[in-house]
Design a binder for this molecule. Structure first.
Ligand code: BES
Ligand code: MN
Ligand code: ZN
Length: 491
């Protein structure tokens, strides 16, 4: 299913679309909505007077035009209080509109500002993704095919076309990330994800995959240790996008790839094991970002590193009490096999440092503690370099994918110190769990290399459908990372 995006000029209400979308802030119709109100004999303002529709954020009013307009349907989207307007509100309002028409109308027309345009295009594509592989009855075919954006001038419409093209690439990559992550966990093993990544090989992308044998030979014992408990062997996915100058140092993006996290021998209790197929969200996001930046032809060099394992309990599993000599030479005392993400990332981050990168950004569904702290609306950001973090924060802001910084004061480093080895992977105390995870990772990155850790445990998937997402993976991080590289490329 591909959506067609059209740019048009003229009045919104004169567009040739089945449904026309206008908006209202609380108690205040937009100029377009006011004109439409007049054409509909004041029905909208009357509903507002009766407080049937007040323009609250998340609300909408649907009207039939009964022949008074070309369009069959009018939607007035509530945007909430004007002073509270944000990218997130624009996005969720657009999502509300798409969900309301996607199985009912073939075409829809909008008027949006240039700053909201990418978010609305992206939302249209993200809302159209419906993973139905496992539905054998009640499969629905989306009706919506055509989305028009209306501008004042030809010039503006032309400018919008480029923005639409770019937003389409990013949103398609986000859906690709979701599709990969939503795959049946019964078959989405490290080897399966690696095969999908290998399909992207070609042109400016090179993909390499290391299996058990090579990981052992290279001394990547942290990945080996976590991976050996499963009958499905671990893989290390290494992807390289060379869009920049040859010899120009790359950025490294590192993604946690736990295809399923049972906790290992420290088995997760009951409900905590649900949704642990999404413990590979970081890996899926970095793979999808490589796809996006290639299609955008960004002049940057980027490597993606995704250690893939299944964390399973078995006779071959790593155990609490084990010591591991990691690829970096540093040693880990295993105190909890459920803190496996940081263990595999220690080797992956080490691998990144061997490339002398300009900076490293890792994405990991690392801790439940981060979900407790920030919920599902922001990822936790931790860093060893405030300047580098500023760049990531600004990309986060532009992309609408929110991050919130947690402190990395030296005092917190004690949380990862082991009596016997260099570090342990889990402290006895549950205090500051997200920061503890951050410090563990930081101990594998030299201070000279700018590094940002994003704990995406709360943002990577939704348990219940939202206006934007079906239940499952959200593809969080693809927009943020792509925006970051756009900025680095000066685009
Ligand atoms: N994958 C989990 C973290 C997680 C929890 C992601 C909830 C998404 C939702 C991670 O591997 C884990 O188990 N972390 C432990 C760490 C602890 C043992 C130090 C946790 O958060 O409880
Ligand atoms: Mn775990
Ligand atoms: Zn995990």
């Amino acid at each position: 299913m591909t959506l067609e995006f059209i740019t048009a000029t003229g009045k919104l209400e004169e567009q040739d679309a089945e449904c026309i979308v206008a908006s209202a802030f609380e108690g205040k119709l937009s100029p377009d909505a006011e004109r439409i109100d007049r054409l509909l004999n004041g029905e909208i303002s009357a509903a507002m007077k009766r407080k049937e529709f007040e323009g609250k954020s998340g609300s909408l009013m649907v009207l039939r035009t009964l022949g008074k307009l070309k369009a069959r349907k009018i939607i007035i989207l509530g945007l909430g209080k004007e002073k509270d307007y944000s990218k997130q509100i624009a996005e969720s309002a657009a999502a509300t509109a798409f969900q309301a028409v996607k199985n009912d109308c073939e075409s829809i027309a909008f008027k949006v500002s240039h700053s909201d345009l990418p978010a609305v295009v992206g939302t249209a594509i993200v809302c159209s993704y419906d993973f139905q592989e496992w539905k054998t009855v009640e499969r629905k075919e989306q009706k919506l095919r055509k989305v028009s954006f209306v501008f004042q001038t030809q010039d503006e419409a032309k400018k919008a076309a480029t923005a639409i093209g770019q937003a389409r690439i990013v949103a398609n990559a986000q859906n690709y990330c979701r599709e990969l992550n939503n795959s049946n966990p019964a078959t989405a093993t490290p080897a399966f994800i690696a095969e999908q990544a290998q399909k992207l090989d070609g042109g400016k992308i090179r993909v390499e995959v290391w299996g058990m044998e090579q990981l052992k030979k290279k001394g990547y014992n942290a990945i080996v240790s976590v991976g050996k408990g499963s009958i499905n062997e671990p893989k290390l996915i290494l992807m390289e996008y060379k869009g920049g100058k040859p010899g120009d140092k790359p950025y490294a993006i590192v993604g946690k790839g736990v295809c399923f996290d049972t906790g290992g021998l420290d088995l997760k209790p009951g409900k905590y094991m649900n949704f642990m197929q999404y413990d590979k969200s970081g890996a899926c996001a970095v793979i999808a970002t490589i796809k996006a930046i290639k299609e955008l032809e960004l002049p940057v060099n980027v490597v993606a590193i995704a250690p893939m394992v299944e964390n399973m309990p078995s006779g071959g599993s790593y155990k609490p009490g084990d010591f591991i000599k990691t690829a970096s030479g540093k040693t880990i005392e295993i105190t909890n096999t459920d803190a496996e993400g940081r263990v595999i990332l220690s080797d992956a981050l080490y691998h990144a440092t061997t490339l002398k990168p300009k900076g490293i950004i890792d994405l990991a569904t690392l801790t439940g503690a981060c979900v407790v702290a920030l919920g599902t609306h922001a990822a936790g950001l931790m860093t060893n370099n405030a300047q580098f973090a500023e760049k990531v924060k600004s990309a986060a802001h532009e992309s609408g994918e929110r991050v919130w910084e947690l402190p990395m004061w030296r005092e917190y480093e004690d949380l990862v110190k082991s009596d016997i080895a260099d570090v342990h992977n889990a402290d006895e105390s549950p205090d500051a769990g997200a920061i503890e995870g951050g410090w563990f990772l930081r101990s594998f990155v030299p201070d000279e290399i700018p590094w940002v850790h994003l704990d995406i445990a709360g943002t990577a998937n939704v348990e219940h459908p939202t206006s934007t997402f079906r239940a499952g993976a959200t593809g969080w991080g693809v927009k943020l990372l792509t925006e970051f590289f756009k900025k680095q490329a000066g685009k």
